[in-house]
Every structure is written in structure tokens, then in C-alpha cells.
Design a protein around this ligand. Structure first.
Ligand code: GLC
Ligand code: CA
Length: 566
């Protein structure tokens, strides 16, 4: 059934429990608070929550430094509260996926404490050691400019340990069968607690060969297959969404040619070119990136996003393209991070311009895949560049104009709430936008509703339709005898855009606008000519509204496969 491939036509919402809603007034968001906000999320229309790490942790990397995989950090609540939360989600038809952070543990994890205590410890080989400082210790840091090395000497262990990320995050030796078995156990545990899958952190590093002698790490792709197999045995419709910022030519290694590895991957390739398009008004490199990442197995899916909790990584653009994006969205040094990215939230990057925000989101919702939105973006939240590194874009959710945005009753919120300037909580908050039919919040809700009514985007095959204008992107989707078409104008000037839909006969003559009354009829030669306002966008159904009658009623996943491009 289509429902088993629920992630194909879904809207994900990512949030971090510590900054979402504080119920007990200690300044830290918690599961009880989150539970009270589930009706809000259901109203918004999102279908899946991606919950960022909430397990016990010293919290030096926002929870990505876990010290116990089988618990809930007491600051957020108890395991009981967690299960209440997943139950509350299930009652509202919302699924939950959680972060699976198994490339490394915190150095406070008991495995690491045991491992460093003696060479004879049975946990020694759970980590990656060297007797002498490896020659390449100064290479391969993920956080250049902040992180000095990938190997650190540990006095107690009398040896060097490997860490791809910060020095308090020792890498697990993921080729050790005991570690591999433990990873499965962790997945099994959380599946049992009610989650529908995992956002797997740092996938290329998890599966890479590690060690003092490794010069060029080699990815052990088959590990991904065993993770999936295990997951599928335990719960058939659970998924893994991989974080892997890789080149299109290796995409299939991650998905698996037979669709037997990752169910989903974040599309970093499209993400970077999307920001280039927004910055330059040239949509051609974006169209190219979409085509380059088109191949995927029938059951696999892309996760598209605008901003996430990390920096906007521009490392895969050309130098010139990167300069254009920096110039437009992050011209000052304090806005940039790790020599490759921008650490701001979306709204301030786009100058708070509602037209550009709508363009960016309309584009996101119509990219070939599933949309992943970040908490606070539905109301256009800003950032606080005084906070270090990526924390600037992780400030508490702004619920109302009460003190600390209604996030907490404490005077010491875990991170300061934004209270100054145009993005301060008195201007930007949920309560205010809920009352305003034209707010970004209500616009977002309408767009999500429409997105869910257009499964062609999640399931179908797409084509970039030719126009003469690089500022315009025209994309058509086909699925089960139905077609939809989307037009976006990246320019700050109005544009006249002409194209033919490219279907035989009368099929592409009428374009019915899904968002307003302004439909389009082709001329005698089948050509459509639209006048798009600056940053304008259009969502059309091709050939009229009787599509529900045309849609075939075979609702099996086999049919989905049959009509999906391989
Ligand atoms: C991923 C996360 C990032 C974290 C890192 C280390 O890249 O997205 O936030 O710092 O992994 O776990
Ligand atoms: Ca709390």
C-alpha cells in the first residue's frame, strides 16, 4: 500500500526539544512542553517530526555528543514522557523520526571511559587508537577554523584517539562487529519506543574505514544494507534518512541500486544550487543539479530543505558561485562559518522579504522529493549572531509576546530568546500570526495542505521544461496519467515567461492554477505566456480539475513502482 511508503508524500518538521517549549519553568524545553504543542503541529499540517538528539549528553555539541543511547536526558523528561510523546503523535497521525548519532560518542560515555582506562579493556577496540601521532592528524577536520586536529592524545589511555568532529566526540570503531551489533540494538530500542525511523548522522564517516594507517577512507556501503535489513525485520515501514553531503555520482551507492540501503537522503547538492539560484537569479545550475540527482530507486526518496540546524554548506559550489552566495546572503565574516558556509536563518538571509520567502518555500515544496522544514521558519524567525558557531540559528521558538516569547517562565532560558530588532519575539511570534490570515504561518499551512494534495511531486517523474529565460524555472511532474506544473521567477523584476507544456494534442492547453483564479490557456501553437511578478510563482494542474476521475485507483506499491522512473 502507498501508506507503507509514507515518506514519499510527506512534510517533515525538524525541532529540538530543548528549545521548543518549556513546561516546568526551568528554562529548558521538555517533552511535556512539546506534547502541548502537538495540536499546533497537527494544525500546521506537517506529517513527520524529526527530533534532534535528546539522549543524556554533556551538551557540548547540542546533544550530538551522546553519553547514553538508551535514555532521555533528565533535563527533557523521562523515557515515560518520551513514550507519551510518541503516543500523542500517533494519535494525531504524526510520525516521529529521531537522530541516530553513531559515528562517535561523547567522551563522557561509559564505553569511552572504559576504553581509555586500559589497553586490556573489552571496550578498547570500540574506538580508534594510535600509539604515535598519525601523520595526517592535521587533515580532514569537519569544523575547520574551530577544530584543530582529528587525533588527540589522551593521557589516561596513553594513546591517540581519532575524532572526525570535536575532540570530545571520539569516533566509534564502526567496523568492530560488537559496535555494529550495538548500533542495531539502539535502533531496535527506539523502534520499540514508538519511532518510525532515523535521521542518520554523518553517514559517510560512519561507514568509512578509520585508523592511523588509513590515508584515503573507503566507504563500506554494505553496512547500510545490514542496517536497513535489520530495521525492516523489526518494523517494515521504518526508514533511514541519511545525512550525506556527497557527489551525485555516489548517490546510488547510498540508496543501493536495488533500493536496499538508505530510504532517504538529504539533497545537499540541490540545496547549494538552490541558494545560488536565489542569489543570482540564474536557475540553470539548479535545474542541472535536479537532473543530476534524478536517478534513484523507486522506493527511495530525496529530502529537500532550505536551512537546517547546521551552517548552509556551500562547499560544493564553484568558487565564483560561492562568492555570489556569500555576497548576497552572508557578506560579513560573522555570518560565515567553517570556511565554507553561512550560519544565518533563512528569513534574515532573504532580508525578511515576504516575496522571496514565499518563492523559496514554494520552490522547496515543489522539488522532487519530500520537504523538510525547520522549526521557526514557518513564522520567519531570525538569528542571533552574538551566539557562537551554529547556536545563532537555534534560539527558542517564539510562541507569543509574553516574556521570553512564551517559551519559558524562567528568566534563564537555555539560549536567549531573540528580543531585539525586526525578528524579536514581539514582532515575530505564533500567536500574532495565527490571528492574521495573511501571515507567513497561515500561508505555510495553506501551502502544506496543497503540497499534500499533489502526490505527483513525491511520486512522479519530473522534467525541466525549456524557457528562454534563465530567471524562470518551469518543472512538470507526471504520475498516473496526471500532470502538474510549477513556475518560479527568481528575478527581482517581473518576467514574461513562455513555454509549451510538451504533452501531445490538447493535453497541455489548459493550466488550472491551484492557488488562485488566474488560469492559463495556450495559444493555437500550444504556447503558454505568463506574466510573473518579481519573485512570482505558480502551481498548475495540467488539463483541468477532473484529475481525480482520471487518477487510477490501484493503490498498491507495485503500481507506484511501475509508474516511477527507475
Ligand atoms: C552532523 C550534525 C551536526 C553535528 C555533527 C556531529 O553534521 O548535523 O550538528 O555537529 O553531525 O555529530
Ligand atoms: Ca523544562
Amino acid at each position: 500500500m502507498i501508506d507503507d511508503l509514507w515518506y514519499k508524500n510527506s512534510v517533515f518538521y525538524c525541532l529540538s526539544v530543548g528549545t521548543y517549549m518549556d513546561a516546568n519553568g526551568d528554562g529548558i524545553g521538555d517533552f511535556k512542553g512539546l506534547l502541548r504543542r502537538l495540536d499546533y503541529l497537527q494544525g500546521l499540517g506537517i506529517t513527520t517530526i524529526w527530533l534532534m538528539p535528546f539522549q543524556p549528553s554533556p551538551g557540548k555539541d547540542d546533544g550530538y555528543d551522546i553519553s547514553d543511547y538508551y535514555g532521555v536526558d533528565p533535563r527533557y523528561g523521562t523515557l515515560g514522557d518520551f513514550v507519551e510523546f510518541t503516543h500523542g503523535c500517533r494519535q494525531r497521525g504524526i510520525r516521529v523520526i529521531i537522530d541516530l548519532v553513531v559515528n562517535h560518542t561523547s567522551d563522557a560515555h561509559k564505553w569511552f571511559r572504559e576504553a581509555r582506562s586500559s589497553k586490556e579493556s573489552s571496550y578498547r577496540d570500540w574506538y580508534v587508537w594510535a600509539d604515535k601521532k598519525p601523520a595526517n592528524a592535521g587533515k580532514g577536520m569537519v569544523f575547520p577554523g574551530v577544530q584543530k586536529s582529528t587525533w588527540t592524545y589522551d593521557k589516561e589511555a596513553r594513546g591517540w584517539y581519532f575524532h572526525r568532529f570535536y575532540d570530545f566526540q571520539p569516533d566509534l570503531n564502526t567496523s568492530n562487529p560488537h559496535v555494529q551489533a550495538e548500533i542495531l540494538k539502539i535502533m531496535g530500542f527506539w523502534i520499540q519506543a514508538g519511532v518510525s525511523g532515523f535521521r542518520m548522522d554523518a553517514v559517510p564517516f560512519v561507514i568509512a574505514t578509520k585508523g592511523p594507517k588509513v590515508r584515503t577512507p573507503v566507504e563500506q556501503y554494505d553496512m547500510l544494507r545490514s542496517l536497513r535489513e535489520f530495521l525492516q525485520w523489526r518494523q517494515g515501514n521504518a526508514i533511514i534518512l541519511g545525512e550525506a553531503n556527497v557527489l551525485p555520482k555516489t548517490d546510488m551507492e547510498y540508496f543501493g541500486k536495488d533500493g536496499d540501503r538508505m530510504h532517504m537522503m538529504f539533497n545537499f547538492h540541490v540545496n547549494q544550487h538552490l541558494f545560488y539560484a536565489l542569489a543570482s537569479a540564474d536557475s540553470r545550475p539548479l535545474a542541472k543539479a535536479m537532473v543530476e540527482t534524478k536517478p534513484r530507486p523507486a522506493t527511495a526518496q530525496w529530502g529537500h530543505f532550505l536551512r537546517n540546524h547546521d551552517e548552509l554548506d556551500l562547499g560544493r559550489l564553484t568558487k565564483d558561485q560561492r562568492e555570489v552566495v556569500f555576497g548576497a546572503f552572508g557578506p560579513e565574516k560573522t555570518m560565515q562559518l567553517y570556511e565554507r558556509g553561512i550560519r544565518r536563518r533563512l528569513a534574515p538571509m532573504l532580508g525578511g522579504d515576504r516575496r522571496r520567502l514565499e518563492l523559496a518555500y514554494s520552490l522547496l515544496y515543489t522539488l522532487p522529493g519530500t520537504s523538510v522544514i525547520r522549526y521557526g521558519d514557518e513564522i520567519g524567525m531570525g538569528d542571533n549572531l552574538d551566539l557562537p558557531e551554529r547556536n545563532c540559528a537555534r534560539t527558542p521558538m517564539q510562541w507569543s509576546n509574553e516574556p521570553h516569547a512564551g517559551f519559558t517562565e524562567s528568566d534563564k532560558p537555555v539560549l536567549p530568546v531573540i528580543d531585539k530588532g525586526p525578528y524579536g519575539y514581539e514582532h515575530v511570534n505564533v500567536a500574532k500570526q495565527r490571528r492574521d490570515p495573511n501571515s507567513l504561518l497561515n500561508w505555510t499551512e495553506r501551502m502544506i495542505r496543497m503540497r499534500k494534495e499533489v502526490p505527483e511531486i513525491g511520486w512522479g517523474d519530473f522534467q525541466v521544461i525549456a524557457t528562454r529565460d534563465p530567471a524562470a524555472l518551469v518543472v512538470r511532474y507526471d504520475w498516473r496519467n496526471n500532470s502538474v506544473l510549477f513556475v518560479h521567477n527568481f528575478d527581482d523584476k517581473p518576467r514574461e515567461v513562455s513555454f509549451t507544456v510538451g504533452l501531445a494534442g490538447d493535453e497541455g492547453k489548459l493550466l488550472v492554477n491551484l492557488l488562485s483564479e488566474d488560469h492559463s490557456e495556450a495559444n493555437d501553437r500550444g504556447k503558454h505566456t505568463l506574466l510573473l511578478e518579481a519573485y512570482g510563482y505558480r502551481w498548475y494542474r495540467v488539463g483541468g480539475l477532473d484529475y481525480l476521475l482520471k487518477r487510477s485507483d490501484i493503490d498498491t506499491d507495485a503500481a507506484g513502482k511501475a509508474s516511477h522512473p527507475a
